[in-house]
Design a protein. Structure first.
Length: 221
C-alpha cells in the first residue's frame, strides 16, 4: 500500500497528488497536522513537513524528489522531457514556483488566510496579504509570457512544471486569490489542466470553516 501524508491545500502535497493521479498510482491519503509534531510522523520525516510518501518500507520526503522518484519508477505517462535542455527548463520552473512563487505569493496569501487559523497562530497580517496580492500579478504576467510562446509552461508537452504551477494556483483559487481574467492564456491553460481526471480529487477538497468559491470545482469557470 502506498500512503501519502498530506494537507489538502498544501501546494507541495497537491503537486505529488497530481503526479500520482496522472500516473494512475493508487494511494491512501492521510491528512497530517504536521504542526502538532506527532512523534510517529516525526519519525517518518524528522524535518516535520508534508508531503511524506510511504512506499513499502521507505518514507520519501520533499515534493520535488518525490515527483522525480515517481517519474523514474513509473515512467508512463512521462512528465519529463527526454533532452537535457528540456529537463533543465522543467526543473527551473518547478524551482520558480516552489521557491520564488511560494515565498512571494503562497506564503503571503494562503498561509495568512488559512494556515494561521488552522494552527491557531493569530490573525492574518495585512501587510503580508497586500504583498502577496501585488506579487501574484507579476507571476501571472510571467506565466502569460511563457504561454504566449509555448503550449505548456516548459514546452510543447505537459510536464511536472505545469503540475507545480497548478498546485500553487489551485490552492490560491480555493481562497479566491487568483484573477483569472488578467490573462486569457493563463485562464485557458488552467482550464485545460483543471479538466484532467488527475485534478478531480483536488477539486473535491473541502477544508472545514473554509468553503471554496462556487467556481472552484467548475471546469468551465
Amino acid at each position: 500500500m502506498i500512503r501519502l501524508y498530506h494537507v489538502p491545500l498544501s501546494p507541495f502535497c497537491r503537486k505529488v497528488r497530481l503526479v500520482l493521479a496522472e500516473k494512475k498510482i493508487e494511494v491512501e491519503l492521510v491528512e497530517e497536522r504536521y504542526w502538532e509534531q506527532d512523534p510517529d510522523f516525526m519519525r517518518r520525516n524528522p524535518a516535520g513537513k508534508v508531503p511524506v510518501l510511504r512506499i513499502d518500507d521507505m518514507n520519501l520526503a520533499e515534493s520535488t524528489p518525490i515527483c522525480e522518484y515517481l517519474e523514474e519508477r513509473y515512467p508512463n505517462p512521462t512528465l519529463m522531457p527526454k533532452d537535457a535542455e528540456g529537463r533543465y527548463e522543467v526543473r527551473r520552473l518547478m524551482a520558480w514556483f516552489d521557491d520564488k512563487f511560494h515565498h512571494e505569493v503562497t506564503s503571503k496569501l494562503l498561509y495568512e488566510r488559512v494556515n494561521r487559523k488552522l494552527m491557531k497562530s493569530g490573525y492574518p497580517v495585512a501587510a503580508n496579504v497586500k504583498s502577496g496580492s501585488k506579487a501574484i500579478k507579476y507571476h501571472l504576467d510571467y506565466m502569460a509570457w511563457l504561454l504566449d510562446r509555448r503550449r505548456w509552461l516548459a514546452g510543447d508537452a505537459m510536464t511536472l512544471a505545469d503540475f507545480a504551477a497548478a498546485a500553487h494556483l489551485s490552492a490560491l483559487d480555493y481562497t479566491s486569490d487568483v484573477d483569472w481574467n488578467r490573462h486569457e492564456v493563463v485562464k485557458d491553460w488552467y482550464a485545460k489542466i483543471k479538466s484532467r481526471p488527475a485534478f478531480r480529487s483536488l477539486l473535491a477538497d473541502h477544508v472545514p470553516s473554509f468553503p471554496p468559491p462556487e467556481h472552484y470545482a467548475d471546469l468551465d469557470f
